[in-house]
Design a protein around this ligand. Structure first.
Ligand SMILES: Cc1ncc(COP(=O)(O)O)c(C=O)c1O
Length: 404
């Protein structure tokens, strides 16, 4: 069933494509595989992805198994985490010796920003205006301590095409640029950066590349080692819908020696530092979470990675049509499917924030939004459990907030 029986479609957008209608019956059954209650309109997978019940069940079962005899924790988990590593490596195109589990991308980007040995006084880090605030903070903190400078390339929203992005970044390189840090998929606009082309341009000049891949795993097919970057931090707890607190840091084998360890633990050896030794064992932590990532991959593969990405694009283009046609709205995300997938950002006319919050709350809609200089920014992210009627309901809430 496509329509929510309880929904009033007061704005009256009715442009669901025939294809979307045809597959809607199957998609509507997906929602029951999650804990999301029927009346919650969750349009914020971009911040935190809910885990399917099978993934939560697996994580909980691991926790119980281990607490039946915590003395066996390490031996129980060693096998499970290794299984997940093999699975995630195959899923995201990473050799097992080149990545480690971490708790989130913020940690991963700190591991790189704080650990990089090639950044110091007189050097420059190049980044963009479309990065995540906490990652900007991590670089600023590292810059303050190491004495390097930060330069920022302004990418328009939306950009014309991939070539424009690459040439803007190329034009931002100077003789002093040592490191380039940018997102695979921007948190602010959903722009998919042409990572391989950008990394190739950086490599020509010997510039180290650090990619914030918070949004890519599980949203779009991903083959990390073919991107040509030096470091890639990816989240499993957004689009892959793994438990919160699961992520990875991948490092090109030739770049691994550039990183000092972030947390020095059992794996570090004075005369024989290795990447896994330096990064794989940061003390006792919840290994049930990475162990359950294998189940999140299994869940995604049961639907199909390409099918999920295509569904993301379909819902996004429905959102572009419905929300984008609200008078005075600009779409900040490119229409080109190579440059965007399941995240779409809008510059709505400036709306009274309290009124918008109230209209969203009345309809139990969860979506990030807020006032910017001359507009209200709103980011729509939808995943396998979402339905087009939820976007209709969002349009209704925005319309009501504008009408006052
Ligand atoms: C682009 C980007 N980078 C990094 C992060 C940080 O992710 P986490 O909170 O999992 O560390 C986010 C979170 O939304 C993000 O959007």
């Amino acid at each position: 069933m496509e329509a929510n029986p309880g929904t009033r479609h007061s704005i009256g957008f009715s442009i669901v494509s025939a294809h979307l209608r045809r597959v809607a019956v199957e998609w509507s059954s997906v929602r029951g595989q999650f804990e999301l209650p029927d009346d919650l309109v969750y349009l914020n997978n971009g911040s935190f992805g809910p885990s399917p019940k099978v993934v939560l069940d697996a994580a909980t079962a691991y926790l119980r198994q281990v607490d039946a005899n915590p003395g066996e924790m390490l031996s129980v988990y060693r096998g499970k985490v290794q299984e997940t590593k093999t699975r995630l490596g195959a899923y995201a195109g990473m050799a097992e010796d080149d990545f480690v589990f971490i708790t989130n991308v913020t940690v991963g980007m700190n591991m790189v920003s704080r650990g990089l040995r090639n950044l110091g006084e007189g050097d420059e880090l190049l980044t963009t205006n479309l990065e995540y605030g906490a990652v900007d903070n991590a670089w600023e903190f590292a810059a303050r301590h190491k004495g390097f400078e930060i330069r920022r390339v302004e990418i328009p929203s939306p950009p014309d095409d991939a070539e424009q992005i690459v040439s803007l970044i190329r034009a931002g390189f100077t003789k002093r640029t040592r490191v380039l840090s940018f997102s695979h998929i921007s948190t602010k606009t959903g722009l998919i950066f042409p990572v391989a082309e950008i990394c190739a341009a950086a490599r020509e000049r010997g510039i180290v590349t650090v990619v914030d891949g918070a949004h890519a795993p599980g949203m779009i097919p991903l083959d990390v080692s073919s991107l040509g970057c030096d470091f890639y931090a990816g989240n499993c707890h957004k689009w892959l819908c793994a438990p919160k607190g699961t992520a990875f840091l991948w490092s090109h084998d030739a770049a691994q020696a550039l990183l000092d360890p972030f947390i020095v633990g059992w794996g570090w050896e004075r005369d024989n530092e290795t990447y896994l030794g330096n990064f794989e064992n940061p003390g006792t932590h919840c290994l049930a979470l990475p162990a359950a990532v294998a189940h999140a991959i299994g869940y995604q593969e049961s639907i199909g990675r390409d099918v999920i990405a295509a569904r993301g694009r379909e819902l996004a283009s429905y959102g572009r049509a419905v929300i984008g046609s609200i008078p005075g709205t600009r779409i900040l995300t490119p229409d080109n499917p190579a440059l965007a997938n399941s995240l779409t950002a809008f510059a709505l006319p400036l709306i009274d924030q309290e009124r918008l919050a109230a209209e969203l709350a009345t309809r139990r809609i969860v979506i990030p939004n807020g006032p910017r200089e001359d507009h209200t920014w709103l980011r729509l992210s939808s995943h396998v459990y979402n339905m087009p009627w939820e976007i209709d309901l969002l349009a209704e809430a925005i319309g009501a907030a504008i009408a006052g």
